[in-house]
Design a protein around this ligand. Sequence first.
Ligand SMILES: C[S@@+](CC[C@H](N)C(=O)[O-])C[C@H]1O[C@@H](n2cnc3c(N)ncnc32)[C@H](O)[C@@H]1O
Length: 228
Amino acid sequence: MALYDMENPWGPDSDFYLALAGRPALAILDIGCGTGMMATAFARQGHAVTAVDPAAAMLDVARSRPQGQLVRWVHGLVGEVQGSFDLAVMTGHAFQVLLDDETTLAFLRAVKQRLSPGGRFAFETRNPDARIWEEWAKPLVGSSVAGATETAHVDIEKQGELVSFRSIYRFDDGTEISSRSTLRFASQATISALAEKAGFSRQIWYGDWDRQPVEAGSRELILVAGFA
Ligand SMILES: C[S@@+](CC[C@H](N)C(=O)[O-])C[C@H]1O[C@@H](n2cnc3c(N)ncnc32)[C@H](O)[C@@H]1O
C-alpha cells in the first residue's frame, strides 16, 4: 500500500478536487479513498470528511497519516455510509472498478441518496478514446517505486470495455509482487446516461484537470454531477 502512495503522488487532479471543494467548510464523502491522501487534504482545509474504502490495508495506511485523525474512516462500500454530504468525490480513477451498467447505476443511486440538496458528486474515468492501456504495455525499466527497481503492466487483455492487466514490482533482493486488476473504460455517453438515470440531471464535463471541455483526444472524462 505504501507502493500505491509512491506511484500516485499529489498532482493536478488533487488540485482540481481541492479547488472544487472551495473554502467554506463542506461535509465531504471520499469514496474509494484508498490511502487517504485526498481525504486528509480536504480535512486540513477545514472540511468535515468521511472517507470509505473496502480495502482494510489501504485504510490502515490512511489512518496512520499525519492528521489522519481528522477524518472519519469507514471500512466498506458507499451503501454502508451514514450521513448526508455536500460533496462526494471518487478520485484516482477508482470509478473504473465498477465493471458493468447494473453495478454502476446502483452505485450512483447510493451516492445520490447520501447527498444533501444542492450536493454534487465529482469523479473521473479514463477516456476509452485515448486508448491509454496501450501505453501501459511499455515496461517502466529503471523506475524506482518504494525500492522496486522496475515496474510493468503485463498480460494486458481487452474485452469490450474491460481491460485486465497484471502489475509487477521487482525488488533489488529478487522478490516480486504482482496483482491482477480489471477496469472498465466506459464512454462518456454511457456514464452520462447512467448518471441521468440515477437522478444526476446536472452534468458538467471536463476533458482535463484545467477544466477544458471533452474532446476526441482527451485522456480524462471528469464529471461534476448535481441535481435540481
Ligand atoms: C486506484 S485506487 C484510488 C484511491 C484514491 N481515491 C486515490 O485517488 O488515490 C482505487 C480504490 O478503490 C477502492 N475500491 C475498490 N472497489 C470499490 C468499490 N466498489 N467502491 C468504492 N471503492 C472501491 C479500492 O480499494 C482502492 O482503494
